[in-house]
Design a protein around this ligand. Structure first.
Ligand code: CUA
Length: 326
């Protein structure tokens, strides 16, 4: 991909250089060729040439279109979310980057990935806008409060590649940087097993229970106060206003923070908002859990979810055990 970007950039430079030289050369040539040869000389009037004018409109148009088509092709390849990618959650904050792998490993300001595999970053921020810029991979995407953005790459050579925050975000903006360690697959497996941790989906399941979500959204929730979430992620959801949306990360996030925004048809607007009660990382864990309910081999709870009466205090590892009364 970086090769494609470079080729396009070289092409642009080439076209620019060619026309710059052509125009300068012609200016010099015409200055000499048509200079005034004696003081009494009166130039012949020129009527213009339709043929010539058409030519120098059509040729640049065709050249511009090659840039447009090529550029669009590269852009779409780069900014369409990748399929079958290794997913890594990214949270930016002043002034550091937090990464969490789907298998649970956490890292700060460094990211280990295997070579030759697509890696998709699902990114958000706890505070202001940041931007993940990885020059060697030719990618750069803003990280925006309140939503998820993504970017992906497929590293082709093992090694260490710098990345930077590319959006001015305060005093230590320039220090908000790190590196991506691209490893051979076996070395990567070793690294993973040496840093094992609870996966975000598993942590999300803990939250799902401790926050009481399970009492309305559980597989066997009584009365069906909220839609069951099995298989929801990635599917089309019909809303009570007749519209339908695809349940992606952004939708799940919105439904947790602003449940009234999109209500699934057949359900009432009774869910409380969790805005301000959970951190961005916890939010990502909940999203990861909902996603895991839709994958082919879901990370299904082996034990039954606790009954609706389960108290938040049942889960040790949740900080905001404070409120949600559902
Ligand atoms: Cu974060 Cu600049």
């Amino acid at each position: 991909m970086s090769g494609e970007v470079d080729a396009l950039y070289l092409y642009l430079c080439g076209v620019t250089a060619f026309f710059t030289l052509l125009i300068y050369a012609l200016v010099i040539y015409f200055v000499i060729r048509y200079r005034r040869r004696n003081p009494s000389e009166i130039p012949r009037p020129i009527e213009g040439s339709t043929k010539l004018e058409t030519l120098w409109s059509v040729i640049p148009l065709l050249i511009a279109m090659t840039i447009f088509v090529w550029g669009a092709k590269v852009y779409f390849a780069q900014y369409r979310p990748a399929q079958n990618a290794l997913e890594v959650y990214v949270v930016g904050k002043q002034w550091m980057w937090k990464f969490q792998h789907a298998t649970g490993q956490r890292e700060i300001n460094e990211l280990h990935v295997p070579v030759g595999q697509r890696v998709k970053l699902i990114m958000t921020t706890e505070d202001v806008i940041h931007d993940v810029f990885i020059p060697a991979f030719r990618i750069k995407v803003d990280v925006v409060p309140g939503k998820y953005t993504t970017e992906w790459f497929n590293a082709t050579k093992p090694g260490r590649y710098n990345f930077f925050c590319a959006e001015y975000c305060g005093m230590n903006h320039s220090g908000m940087r790190g590196y991506i360690e691209v490893m051979e697959p076996t070395a990567y497996e070793n690294w993973l097993s040496g840093n094992a941790a609870a996966s975000p989906a598993a942590a999300g399941r803990g939250l799902f229970e401790s926050l009481g979500c399970v009492s309305c959204h559980g597989a066997n929730a009584e009365g069906g106060r909220g839609p069951a979430l099995m298989g929801v992620y990635g599917s089309k959801v019909v809303l009570n206003d007749g519209q339908s949306v695809v349940a992606d990360e952004g939708y799940v996030r919105e439904s947790i923070l602003n449940p009234q925004a999109k209500i699934v048809t057949g359900f009432g607007p009774i869910m409380p908002s969790f805005q301000g009660q959970i951190s961005e990382e916890q939010l990502l864990q909940l999203v990861a859990y909902v996603k895991s309910l839709s994958t082919a081999k879901p990370e299904t709870p082996t034990e039954k979810p606790p009954p609706p009466s389960a108290k938040p205090s049942a889960q040790p590892k949740s900080s905001p055990s404070a409120s949600p009364k559902k």
